[in-house]
Structure formats: structure tokens, C-alpha cells
Design a protein around this ligand. Structure first.
Ligand code: MG
Length: 195
């Protein structure tokens, strides 16, 4: 009788850096092209082009080209599909990505191949546009998205910790997850506070 009912959350899950470890392939390709020795851990700033002799255009071009090789892109964590499935009970899960139009097919193939279940696959023009969508929770690794979430009256964020977002400071309505296994508990907290 006193059963607690929770609202279903609308959950936006990012692709690059949250499900797919595309930066591994990015590093390989960039190193080949520029003779650099980038490793994942070196990518400690999202705006890499500000610190390294690589332009923003090159950064995104190489990321697009990495998706041409989608079979080579590993998941961010082993058993990613099983881990993501553990959040299904909290609501509807969409994959929301800023992937370029020409890489969408590769991206969808990757997701299907990894057997990650989702409700809708949504492409936005740029990461900033994500906040314009009506999601309750954004699971994302983009440092610059978090302040937008924090200021939004309705949205909440789960920052999936990566080398490039370690300097993101704590802010209201943004929780941090060191791994996918921590995400269900964070969503539970969010859901409880909402209802
Ligand atoms: Mg990302």
C-alpha cells in the first residue's frame, strides 16, 4: 500500500568516451599522422588543440576517421552492455551523440555490435545542443557540458570520469562516476530526490 512509485527518468547516454573508447583509435591515428606519442592518459584536457600542435579541425577529422574503423574501437569498460542494462530500470535510455552525420551509421553499428540496448539513437549538431533536449539525466564525459547542466532548472548530470575531465570541480546537480558500476546508485539518488 505504501509502495513508493518513482518517475521514470529520461536518460541521455553519451557515446564517445562514455560507451566507446574512440580516443584509443584516435591516438593511434594521430600518432601515425603527426609523429606524436599521445596516450589516453595524456589527454588531460578536452581542448587538446590549445596545448598541442594539432588544430581543432584535425582533432575532429581524426575522430571521424577513427569511426571509419569502428570495429577497432573498444568499449570504455568490459561487459559494457550488461553494465548499461543495469540502469534500464530507472527509465528510458537514449544514446545522444554529437557524432557527425557521416559517422552515424558506423556509430550505430558499433552500438549494435556491442549489444548495448537503447530506446532511441539521437544525433545533435554539437554537444551544447544536448542541454536543449528534454532529458532528466545526462551521462557524459564532456567537461564543458557540466556547467550547463548545473545551471539548468531540470537537468542532472553524471560525469563519467576520464583523464580529460579530472579538473571539473564539484558543482550542484552533477554527480561523478568513476565507472559504470557506480551509475545505478547515482541514478537512484537522482530519482529519489526528484520524486
Ligand atoms: Mg563524450
Amino acid at each position: 500500500m505504501s509502495k513508493v512509485s518513482h518517475d521514470k527518468l529520461k536518460i541521455a547516454v553519451d557515446l564517445d568516451g562514455v560507451l566507446a573508447e574512440s580516443m584509443i583509435v584516435w591516438c593511434e591515428r594521430a600518432n601515425k599522422e603527426f609523429g606524436t606519442r599521445f596516450k589516453m592518459e595524456d589527454l588531460d584536457s578536452w581542448s587538446l588543440w590549445k596545448r598541442f600542435p594539432i588544430s581543432k579541425d584535425d582533432f575532429y577529422r581524426i575522430l571521424d576517421e577513427s569511426w571509419d574503423d569502428w570495429q577497432k574501437i573498444p568499449p570504455t569498460e568490459p561487459e559494457i552492455a550488461e553494465k548499461v542494462a543495469r540502469i534500464e530500470k530507472f527509465g528510458d535510455l537514449d544514446i545522444v551523440t554529437g557524432r557527425s552525420k557521416r559517422t552515424v551509421e558506423a556509430a550505430r553499428s558499433w552500438v549494435d555490435n556491442q549489444k548495448v540496448r537503447y530506446h532511441r539513437f539521437v544525433r545533435v549538431l554539437g554537444w551544447r545542443d544536448k542541454i536543449l533536449l528534454d532529458y532528466d539525466v545526462y551521462i557524459d564525459d564532456a567537461p564543458d557540458l557540466m556547467p550547463l547542466i548545473s545551471r539548468s532548472p531540470t537537468a542532472r548530470g553524471v560525469l563519467y570520469e576520464r583523464p580529460w575531465n579530472r579538473s571539473v570541480e564539484d558543482m550542484p546537480k552533477v554527480l561523478k562516476a568513476r565507472s559504470w558500476l557506480q551509475v545505478p546508485a547515482l541514478l537512484k539518488r537522482i530519482q529519489t530526490r526528484k520524486s
